[in-house]
Design a protein around this ligand. Sequence first.
Ligand SMILES: [Zn+2]
Length: 171
Amino acid sequence: MHCPFCRNPDSRVVDSRTSDDGSTIRRRRQCPSCNRRFTTVETASLSVVKRSGATEPFSREKIAGGVRKACQGRPVSEDDLALLAQKVEETLRSAGSAEIDAYEIGLAILGPLRELDEVAYLRFASVYQAFDSLEDFEAAITVLRAEHEAEADDEVAPAADEPPRDAVSHD
Ligand SMILES: [Zn+2]
């Protein structure tokens, strides 16, 4: 990149430091023309395309903020929110695209939020998926119920393989 002072097209890296979480690298650079120093920060690009078409950098804090509203009065801590925002970022980054649609962020939130708190999930889904009738809530709750029952079946199944207690001999 150009030197910000004299626009010289070349610069020399004099120091590189990776941030504690490994997500950014700061480089101290020196311009060979004017000898002044400046810093650049390198991150893997991830920007959000809003409905208006404008883009903004992805922000975990914004994810946590959006979900926090749905979690009011629920047993969800700030740590839970931070972890959820981290999972969402990992999901979006793993898709490999540098630009993501705001709608995809909502989708990426739904999965981990459902694991965290189902009431908050229903609240969030009702806004995000624009539920406009009781039937929409019913349908979403039916899906949750069906999955609870499937999980319960999975938990019962292995127990059936154990021998009945009275079959164990004590001779
Ligand atoms: Zn310069």
